[in-house]
Design a protein around this ligand. Structure first.
Ligand SMILES: C[S@@+](CC[C@H](N)C(=O)[O-])C[C@H]1O[C@@H](n2cnc3c(N)ncnc32)[C@H](O)[C@@H]1O
Length: 323
């Protein structure tokens, strides 16, 4: 976790090390000493087979690290056990030393929707807010950026990324178990910021977007993907209780409303590049997910509605520039 501090000078982050240091100390202390889940994941990582993968292919729908033959039968068994202890695997798919992790989401579908629209990532400093297990960070890494920082506060997904990058061993590739609001304001630092599947979890989307804009360099690009409501009115749904059984969804705007939020935050050159309803082909239960999935979130009598009676999930991808 602290490698970003060791590399701070090279990364151009020295001015922020003073604020990052205490935050990372606090997170490390929590994980090592106070969080039972954190301690369990540290034990899982410590027991992983020590092996170097003979191959690493990040530029594929299914991210592949290592070959089955790189491991002994016994090592293969302990790796599989560790991977299953880190369930649920929401984003993917991955193949790790021959073990196919068939994740809940077919994540390449989203990547395919945006990859040809965004500024080329080579040489850029990237922030991925809500990076989960890093599926998209690995896809970004294939483009050879200057650095990638992921933020993932949920420990299961944070540790899935630690496990994967233990073997991929990418340099200038960091993930911190922190929320956007906890990260010191790295003003004007990033060239591209991805904020995908996160904005509806924000109580104050305006503040979140302003914070993101402040962290972009002057001609930097935001890649924003979020749930939307159908329609052209400038309005947002604020669910009474849950949306698709999620308890932490605060606002779901229409695209015109989302564009207003972006304008209010100061963004320019707004482009909506994709609107896609989420299907049971893209999000479904697999044997790597021990929880409910989209099928359980929709009304069994009307698949166009959530169980709460709201419009079923539709997602949009918007690009915006700082200026
Ligand atoms: C729906 S997932 C999206 C994951 C991935 N970005 C994608 O598009 O598939 C949302 C992720 O954001 C994380 N998250 C929630 N609130 C966050 C916050 N305030 N800052 C950073 N990440 C957050 C969650 O833990 C979760 O892993």
């Amino acid at each position: 976790m602290k490698s970003i501090l060791h590399d701070a000078e090279r990364l151009g982050l020295l001015a922020h090390a003073e604020n990052l240091g205490p935050l990372l100390d606090r997170k490390e202390e929590e994980i090592h000493h106070r969080d039972r889940k954190g301690k369990r994941y540290l034990e899982i990582l410590a027991a992983l087979p020590e092996v170097k993968p003979s191959s690493c292919d990040l530029d594929q729908d299914q991210i592949r690290i290592g070959e089955k033959n790189d491991l002994t039968e016994e090592q293969h068994q302990s790796l599989t056990t560790a991977l299953r202890q880190c369930m649920p695997w929401r984003k993917g798919p991955f193949r790790l030393f021959g073990v196919d992790i068939n994740s809940e989401w077919v994540s390449w579908l989203k990547w395919d929707r945006l990859k040809n629209h965004i500024q080329p990532l080579q040489g850029r400093r990237i922030l991925d807010i809500g990076s989960s297990n890093g599926y998209y960070m690995f896809r970004m890494a294939a483009a050879n950026p200057a650095m990638i920082l992921g933020l993932e506060p949920y420990l299961t997904f944070f540790f899935q990324h630690c496990l994967l990058n233990r073997y991929a061993a990418l340099s200038d590739h960091y993930c911190l178990p922190v929320k956007l609001d906890e990260l010191p304001l790295l003003e004007g630092f990033f060239d591209t910021i991805f904020c995908m599947g996160v904005l509806y979890h924000h109580r104050s989307p305006h503040d979140g977007l302003s914070r993101i804009r402040a962290m972009l360099r002057s001609d930097g690009e935001l890649v924003l993907e979020t749930l939307i409501m159908p329609g052209q009115e400038e309005i947002a749904l604020s669910p009474r209780d849950r949306y698709g059984k999620m308890s932490n969804v605060y606002f779901i705007p229409t695209v015109p409303c989302l564009k207003n939020w972006l304008r209010h935050a100061g963004f320019r050159s707004l482009r909506c590049i994709d609107i896609t309803p989420t299907t049971l082909m893209e999000q479904r239960r697999t044997d790597w997910v021990d929880t409910e999935s989209l099928d359980d979130f929709l009304d069994p009598r009307d698949r166009l509605r959530t169980v709460e009676g709201y419009p079923a999930p539709v997602r949009a991808i918007l690009l915006a520039n700082k200026r």
